[in-house]
Write a protein that binds this ligand. Structure first.
Ligand code: ADP
Length: 491
């Protein structure tokens, strides 16, 4: 027990300093004993060495044992100190204990008692050290668990959650205080379905088991988690990673590649077909037919240019390379121009009427006219595209105190409630397989939202499935004179 233990004996009695260590070495196997005759020298040694126990005479020349003990408490608060008192010095002994001595022995020293007490002191000191080391270790683990970006939680043998780290809270949106102490099946919605599917390792350690990707639905939000567990004596520790975004982006990307290839192929095929027809020497095409084919080539080339333009613009937005200009323009004129432009592109087959509702005239506003034109073109194009049965599309311009408001209304397919936020996401399409026969890249609304944001405005939607949609663009674009006034007021 006392093996490798190291103690210090402080006493000015030379005979005792010779005899006591001898006696202890005989009884305590492997004990290392340093000795010192003065308190000052002893303090020096104590500063250098973390002894398992210190034995000191209560009466020392220069500094008495009680004062020495106080000094020891400062330097080594955890080291037990045994004091040797003279025969019958009960008062001193009691003061020693009050002062924090571990024990005292009276002269003449009862060796059995002394050895037993010293051994106990060494044992306590060692346990203290172990506890301190374990606490540091535990604190380190706790810090790691607190800061890892993986969700970690512990479920005990009664299926009750006992630990839930902050990442688990962030990923699932379930706070530790709402889940700890509850059964996992009740606290984590959908656990009943995925719990039995989670692979559990019986041997801890990295790579001992392959995590599985499983879905969890929390508050209508679908989460994809890559999750695995490790079985311990008192429960299972689960770790998981959030794959939702990777997975959603992967899906969107593959949809995007499919739709874009389709979107590019359709006009290309039309252009190629027209060009080949025009080139045929065996066909005598009249002027009207040739003109129609050429017109088609021009239209389809424009469509191609727009698709490629959208892709490049989305990239520019993502890379934050988009620069806005600021020039004066007439918003009424802009809305009328855009409507005329879309109308000119209609073949007439759509059975759609487009109407602009604007004030007669308006003051000039300052902003990026081309970007606003792009937003309106996208919205009106969509209104036409997603009105397969025809109907009325209305563009209303309002000049408010806070800026421009432009609403684009249609009587088309409408957008399911659950999709109304997602349609503004990059590549997002409600119907990626084009079962409704309407093509697109899923970039249009993303571009609208981002352009509006850059202009410090916003785009919002309200819609009912089957009844049509209204997209509203609010931009803080004010007549130049009002803007000057506003600036003056602010300064
Ligand atoms: P797309 O190229 O697919 O039209 P958008 O980003 O412009 O891409 O639109 C995203 C999705 O929003 C479309 O796939 C469509 O389902 C839906 N959407 C946009 N505008 C309308 C609208 N006016 N009516 C119905 N659905 C619309």
């Amino acid at each position: 027990m006392s093996e490798n233990a190291r103690i210090l004996i402080v006493d000015d009695d030379e005979a005792l300093l010779e005899a006591l260590p001898e006696a202890l070495r005989l009884r305590m196997n492997g004990i290392q004993i340093d000795t010192s005759q003065t308190a000052l020298e002893a303090l020096d040694l104590i500063r250098k060495t973390d002894y398992d126990a210190i034995v000191s005479d209560i009466k020392l020349p220069g500094m008495d044992g009680l004062v020495l003990m106080t000094e020891i408490k400062q330097v080594r608060p955890g080291t037990p100190t045994l004091l040797i008192t003279g025969h019958g010095e009960h008062d001193l002994a009691v003061r020693a204990l009050r002062g924090g001595a571990y024990d005292f022995v009276q002269k003449p020293i009862d060796r059995d008692y002394f050895v037993a007490s010293l051994e106990r002191a060494i044992r306590v000191r060692r346990l203290d050290r172990q506890v301190a080391e374990q606490r540091v270790e535990l604190e380190r683990h706790a810090r790691v668990l607190h800061n890892v970006d993986r969700g970690v939680f512990l479920v005990d043998d009664d299926d009750v959650i006992r630990f839930w780290n902050p990442a688990a809270g962030v990923i699932t949106g379930l706070d530790a205080e709402n889940v700890i102490g509850r059964r996992v099946g009740e606290a984590v919605p959908g656990w009943a379905a995925i719990g039995p599917e989670v692979p559990i390792a019986t041997v801890p350690g990295p790579g001992s088991i392959q995590a599985k990707t499983l879905p969890l639905e929390i508050d209508g939000r679908e989460l994809w988690l890559s999750i695995s567990g490790v079985k311990f004596e008192d429960g299972i520790v689960y770790t998981f990673r959030n794959l939702t975004e990777d997975r959603a982006l992967d899906e969107l990307k593959s949809d995007f590649v499919a739709t874009v290839s389709h979107e590019l192929r359709t006009p290309l095929a039309a252009i190629y077909g027209c060009a080949r027809t025009l080139l045929r020497s065996d066909l005598r095409l009249g002027e009207e037919d040739s003109a129609r084919l050429l017109e088609l080539i021009a239209q389809e080339s424009e469509r191609l240019t727009r698709i490629v333009g959208d892709i490049l613009l989305a990239n520019q937005i993502d890379a934050r390379r988009l620069r806005l200009t600021d020039q004066e323009f007439d918003p009424v004129g802009l809305v009328r121009d855009v409507v005329a432009e879309v109308e000119a592109g209609l073949t007439g087959k759509e059975g759609i009427s487009i109407e602009a509702v604007t004030p007669e005239s308006a003051a000039l506003v300052s902003g990026d006219e081309d970007r606003l034109r792009q937003v309106l073109l996208n919205l009106i194009d969509n209104a036409v595209k997603y009105s397969p049965e025809g109907g009325r599309v209305e563009i209303e311009l309002e000049l408010r105190d806070s800026g421009l408001r432009i609403a684009v209304r249609d009587e088309g397919l409408g957008i399911p409630h659950g999709e109304q936020q997602r349609i503004f996401g990059k590549f997002y399409r409600v119907d990626p397989q084009q079962t409704r026969g309407v093509g697109g890249t899923g970039l249009g609304l993303y571009i609208c939202r981002e352009l509006a944001r850059r202009m410090e405005g916003r785009v919002s939607v309200s819609s009912r499935e089957g009844e049509g949609s209204t997209f509203v663009v609010d931009l803080p674009l004010l007549p130049s004179s009002a803007r000057e006034q506003a600036v003056r007021v602010a300064t």
